[in-house]
Design a protein around this ligand. Structure first.
Ligand SMILES: NC(=O)N[C@@H](CC(=O)O)C(=O)O
Ligand SMILES: [Zn+2]
Ligand SMILES: [Zn+2]
Length: 377
């Protein structure tokens, strides 16, 4: 069924210079190599069925683990469903690939505190995801009133040390789409961390300087954020450059350049509060290129190259490994990976598309040439 799976090549034909210390990390030679502890992806959409089989290797060939989002149709609202979904992910993996899916539950108005206890005991559920109802793809079963409906569950999560992962946007149609993250911080997140300071919170896919400031103002180790390649590399001009660009449309939507710069500064500062979460969100081409296109950018095949590009351009390659491989597991209280990957500085061309029996998926930066190429050791 899979017609093509083009990944950055694993064996390079020419020798590359080894880079070890930070002094060499800053050098700008054409051929350069970094060795990193294997990264994890702390925010990933793997979907199910044919789409799962199509995309899973793009993540599993480089990442050791991934926090798998539960916004399927129907959503993964119970531990039992998470266990079944996990089995289907493992079944979709080739036998020789080591990849651990870390499952999440989709929070609803009716999730019970008992479900959180089951989830913790299962050993396979690592977090609970808050989608404000209507905020993003497949969020219609999400939460309508967090404080009114979910406080007992949130208290149980704090008790069980189960973090809350947040799609941080209000859904009020009166709020401008570019302000929805900021208003969410003011009206939901700030009150939440005041009310339940023991609850672990990850603000997912942050897009604004307001989010950076909020996360930095909270206690380290209790509130953190994931950051995507698109919010580090693109601003809202990319949505309209030369015409409407549906493959750059995701939620929360890309913001102004000053916000992008604030996020780059935050991740390259070396702060432990920020870690890698691609939000790779595949949609079939026809669902992106149409009159009412889906939100979501497919970046799994290019994500590591793009993160390396951001840190390289900021002169902060020495901070890359903490962002990709240490801060996430440290926040979740999980061991860091022991295997390594190499990032090799050599040009490679991103495929224009990936074709499957059900249709095509267009990756982020399709057809463009990138500099850093990941490869497992
Ligand atoms: N990021 C997106 O634009 N889309 C995600 C959902 C999400 O993470 O909000 C998806 O599932 O397609
Ligand atoms: Zn989201
Ligand atoms: Zn997402």
């Amino acid at each position: 069924m899979i017609k093509s799976l083009v990944l950055p090549s694993k064996a390079l034909k020419f020798p590359v210079g080894k880079i070890k210390g930070p002094r060499q990390l800053r050098c700008k030679g054409p051929k350069m190599e970094l060795t990193l502890t294997q990264p994890d992806d702390w925010h990933l959409h793997l979907r199910d069925g044919d789409m799962l089989e199509a995309v899973v290797c793009h993540s599993a060939s480089h990442f050791g683990r991934a926090i798998v989002m539960p916004n399927l149709k129907p959503p993964i609202t119970t531990t039992a469903a998470a266990v079944t979904y996990r089995e289907s992910i493992l079944k979709a993996l080739p036998a020789n690939i080591n990849f651990t899916p870390l499952m999440t539950l989709y929070l609803t108005d009716t999730t019970s505190p008992e479900e959180i206890k089951f989830a913790r005991r299962s050993g396979v559920v690592f977090a609970v995801k808050l989608y404000p109802a209507g905020a993003t793809t497949n969020s219609q079963d999400g939460v309508t009133d967090l404080f009114g409906k979910c406080l007992p569950v949130l208290e149980e999560m704090a008790e069980q040390n189960m973090p809350l992962l947040v799609h941080g946007e209000v859904t009020n149609p009166d709020v401008d789409v570019f302000d929805r993250e900021k208003v969410f911080i003011e009206t939901v997140l700030q009150p939440l961390v005041q009310r339940l300071p023991q609850l672990g919170v990850v603000m997912e896919h942050i897009t604004t300087m307001d989010a950076v400031r909020f996360v930095e103002s909270c206690k380290e180790g209790s509130v953190a954020a994931t950051v995507t390649p698109q919010h580090l590399l693109l601003n809202r001009n990319s949505l309209f450059q030369g015409g409407l660009q549906p493959h750059n449309y995701c939620l929360p939507v890309l913001k102004r350049e000053i916000h992008r710069q604030a996020i780059v500064a935050a991740v390259t500062s070396g702060s432990k509060r920020f870690f890698l979460g691609t939000d790779s969100a595949p949609h079939e081409r026809r669902r992106k290129e149409c009159s009412c296109g889906c939100a979501g950018i497919y970046n799994a095949p290019v994500a590591l190259s793009l993160y390396a590009k951001v840190f390289d351009e900021a002169g902060a390659l020495d901070k890359l490994e903490a962002f990709t491989s240490f801060n996430g597991p440290d926040f979740y209280g999980l061991p860091r990976n022991t295997s390594k990957i190499k990032m090799i500085r050599t040009p490679w061309k991103v495929p224009e598309s990936f074709s499957f029996s059900f249709g095509d998926i267009i990756p982020m930066f399709a057809g463009e040439t990138l500099e850093w190429q990941p490869s497992l050791i």
